[in-house]
Write a protein that binds this ligand. Structure first.
Ligand SMILES: [Zn+2]
Length: 466
């Protein structure tokens, strides 16, 4: 049976379209990653999980040979960047009295722990913006991209800044479907003396002595946010690629500006053929905000009792996210997490000790329709064979039974990754001779049926007590 085509909703055309890669040998996807100045909040988790499922689906289809005539050799390249140069980063590092590098390194480590706990695969490439301001190993970097825009008359330098001239691009506003007049009327326009037009945006700005800066033809300075993604996507995926993803809040101005920069710098009509955006997330029916006190980070959900008075396993957070279609708004509630946990527990009971085999064709079929995860999850109910059920869970990035341990029915699940982290925390406690904490962690794990063994060489291994 040949696999039917993948259809995805394209924000550019506002329609569902059949997905066809530019190059049948390689599918290329770029997703905007985090700005690393603070813990990622649960709204940030949505694109991480959604595009991880898409990545898994694309890899599955590639292996089936759907784009290369059955050979199954199509590579899937997924680039998700890290923005480690930003005024919010500078301000936070100053507030905390640490260096920018310390702040961004710490935040990146926490981010990586979060995404692993959420069951996300590593992207193929995870470029850091500061490595692409100037990068002689690549065909393109931010400084060269800006120079191209200046040379082709799409940008102008003024007062140490370089700005993109939006009137130089007739199709500016195509993605967000706004005319320049509408943008000016609707936007909080930054008025600045060096700007020719209100909607012109910054490609490069000068740095004061105490701000991070790089040498450039326009003086010591740093890039604007939008140019980072244009440079990093071009460096790894080329001038035009297949899929560009992100949250719906990025459509304007970020993605509109990425398109303007990339299309004008390379003389192309499109930057990416398919633009995908996940919907908003709200918490218990309200917009998430620090002032409302309902702001919650991935880290807090995993490791504290802030939300619903308990910790939540990463796989429960993941399933809760996937039970709503990615384009719909999602309401993040304690009730929804409890339902997801019950749902997952039942699925894993049905999997039992089975080893994952193939994925149910009905599950794949549902995902082919613009990544319809709620429909695909509902198809799991009719999968009778436990090993096919286990195989099908994997395309959602949900764990197979052997990675998940449950203390008792209705209790909670704990992933191998999390066990390792607790062992790490216990080792740290032992190193600082905090025996009470070390014993507490050992007892906590024992209560979940996990036995620790301290070895002579200083390592700790664990096994499940049956
Ligand atoms: Zn971006």
């Amino acid at each position: 049976m040949s696999t039917p085509a993948l259809k995805i909703y394209n924000t550019l055309t506002r329609t569902k379209e059949e997905f066809r890669p530019i190059d049948p040998a390689q599918v290329r996807m770029y997703v905007c990653g985090p700005t690393v100045y603070d813990y990622a909040h649960i709204g940030n988790a949505r694109p991480l999980i959604v595009f991880d499922v898409l990545f898994r689906l694309l890899r599955h289809l590639a292996k089936q040979g759907v784009w290369d005539g059955g050979k199954g050799e199509t590579k899937v390249t997924y680039v998700r960047n890290i923005t480690d140069v930003d005024d919010k980063i500078n301000a936070r590092a100053f507030e905390r009295g640490i260096s920018i590098r310390e702040l961004t390194d710490q935040t990146i480590d926490i981010f990586h722990e979060d995404v692993r706990a959420l069951g996300c695969l590593n992207p193929t490439i995870e470029p850091r913006a500061t490595d692409y301001i100037r990068n002689d190993d690549k065909q393109i970097d931010m400084v060269r991209l800006i120079q191209r825009l200046l040379d082709s008359g799409h940008a102008y330098a003024a007062d140490g800044h370089v700005l993109f001239d939006v009137t130089s691009m007739p199709s500016y506003g195509r993605l967000s479907r706004r005319s320049l007049d509408e943008m000016i009327a609707g936007a909080r326009v930054d008025v600045a003396p060096y700007k020719r037009g209100d909607m012109d945006f910054v490609l490069w700005k000068p740095s004061k002595d105490d701000e991070p800066g790089w040498q450039s033809p326009w003086g010591r300075g740093r890039p604007g946010w939008h140019i980072e993604c244009s440079a990093m996507s071009a460096a790894h995926l080329g001038e035009t690629f297949d899929i560009h993803g992100g949250g719906i809040d990025l459509v304007f101005p970020h993605h509109e500006n990425e398109i303007a920069q990339s299309c004008c710098a390379f003389g192309r009509d499109v930057m990416a053929n398919y633009w995908m955006h996940n919907g908003f997330l709200q918490v218990e029916g309200e917009k998430m905000s620090k002032s409302l006190g309902n702001f919650v980070t991935i880290h807090e959900l995993l490791h504290t009792e802030k939300f619903g008075g308990r910790k939540w396993p990463g796989e429960v957070l993941r399933l809760a996210m996937l039970r709503t279609h990615y384009r719909q708004p999602i309401d993040w509630t304690v009730k929804a997490l409890e339902e997801a946990e019950t749902n997952l527990t039942r699925l894993l009971e049905r999997v039992g000790d089975a080893t994952a085999t193939v994925i149910s064709p009905e599950v794949v079929q549902a995902l082919l329709d613009d990544l319809n995860t709620p429909l695909a999850l509902s198809k799991l109910h009719s999968v009778r064979d436990p090993s096919i059920l286990a195989g099908s869970l994997r395309i959602f990035g949900l764990p197979a039974k052997r990675y998940v341990l449950r203390a008792e029915p209705g209790a909670f699940t704990l992933q191998g990754q999390e066990i390792e982290m607790r062992i790490f925390a216990r080792n740290a406690a032992r190193a600082s001779k905090n025996w009470a904490e070390s014993d507490r962690i050992r007892d906590e794990l024992a209560a979940m049926g996990i036995a620790l063994k301290d070895n002579k060489d200083g390592t700790t291994t664990w096994e499940v007590k049956r």
